[in-house]
Design a protein around this ligand. Structure first.
Ligand SMILES: [Zn+2]
Length: 334
């Protein structure tokens, strides 16, 4: 059985069309116009192809044969009896290199994820239309509603008090668009959840349980922190990152290009990064000062959520706003 190939003699750049003949003893005979050459088993070496590159066979005298027609070569290999052992042993020899390549690929992916994504998301952020952000924000809220967010059960007095505190903040923040701040009842398996979150691009939702647990000033400090997330448009960065991750994972691993809903789901789990938390904390501190409130209120509020409520109550809040020891320390010394 023969396969067509290209022969490079290893001394000049000249190439020659040849045919390879595989014998049952795994030896290869090169059939060239200038005379054939016999390579006994053990004198040549297979370079396994990477991606779509041609299969290369290195000969004993430094010569090289490229087999661009892979199917012909495989066919020829299949026709000889012990070919599998040869290919398997070649594969085994290539294992360290293959592992190295795999490690390198993982490293490149990690670097892209850690450094490429933040840079890409900050670059793309200014070009995302407000309307698109609103659409995504509404999609996420719909998902939250399916996950147990209902109408607020706070008393009219509590609601009025909360709205006054919120509007003091939004007036001081002076955004070019209106920020929509609402309270909602949030239950998970019958348990009230203490949480507050910012939604793209102008919504903040605070759970009834959080309002009930904290003083109005402390609640205001939490809302100030959420306004910080809106101010820096952290949500859009998350949106871009999750979209890029979805696109990348579809490109790399294939799968269902599951669209806005998949991205929205990814965003539900999106943790703000440490730098985002710091930015939002610093923003909140400045905003509280602006309305003549003590900036320490934020630290006190977070402490209260952590300290005198059961684990399941504050778990939700800190899973989306990670409270690292560094952040805790900074807030305490604020
Ligand atoms: Zn946060």
């Amino acid at each position: 059985m023969r396969a067509r190939a290209l022969y490079f003699n290893g001394e000049t750049s000249r190439r020659e069309d040849v045919e390879l003949e595989f014998a049952p003893d795994n030896s290869i005979t090169l059939l060239k116009n200038s005379g054939s050459r016999h390579w006994p088993i053990g004198t040549y070496h297979f370079d396994l192809p990477i991606g779509k590159s041609a299969i290369r066979i290195r000969g004993p005298e430094g010569s090289l044969v490229e087999a661009p027609y892979a199917s012909e070569l495989y066919e020829a290999l299949r026709s000889i009896s012990t070919k599998q052992e040869k290919v398997v042993s070649a594969l085994e020899e290539r294992w360290p290199a293959a592992l190295g390549l795999f490690g390198l690929a993982v490293l490149v992916c990690a670097c892209l994820y850690l450094y490429g994504l933040p840079i890409a998301s900050r670059t793309i952020k200014p070009f995302i239309p407000f309307k698109l952000k609103q659409f995504v924000g509404e999609q996420v809220l719909t998902l939250y509603e399916k996950a147990g967010i209902g109408q607020s059960q706070l008393s009219e007095i509590q609601k009025a008090q909360f709205m006054k505190a919120a509007s003091d903040l939004t007036t001081a923040a002076a955004f070019p668009f209106e920020i929509e701040i609402t309270t909602r009842e949030w239950k998970l398996h019958g348990t009230e959840i203490e949480n507050a979150f910012a939604l793209l691009p102008e919504k903040i939702v605070v759970s009834d349980a959080l309002v009930n647990h904290l003083s109005i000033d402390e609640t205001q400090a939490i809302v100030a922190h959420e306004i910080g997330h809106l101010y820096y448009d952290h949500g859009t960065e998350h949106l871009i990152r999750s979209s890029l991750v979805s696109i990348l994972s579809i490109a790399l691993f294939g799968g269902d290009p599951g669209t806005v809903q998949a991205v929205a789901f990814a965003m539900l789990d999106a943790k703000y990064s440490q730098s985002h938390e710091t930015e939002a904390d610093l923003y909140a501190t400045a905003l509280l000062k602006k309305i003549n409130k003590r900036p320490q209120l934020l630290g006190e509020a977070l402490k209260k959520i952590t300290a005198d409520s059961p684990e399941y109550m504050h778990e939700k809040y800190f899973s989306s706003h990670p409270l690292t020891s560094e952040r805790k320390k900074r807030l305490e010394t604020e």
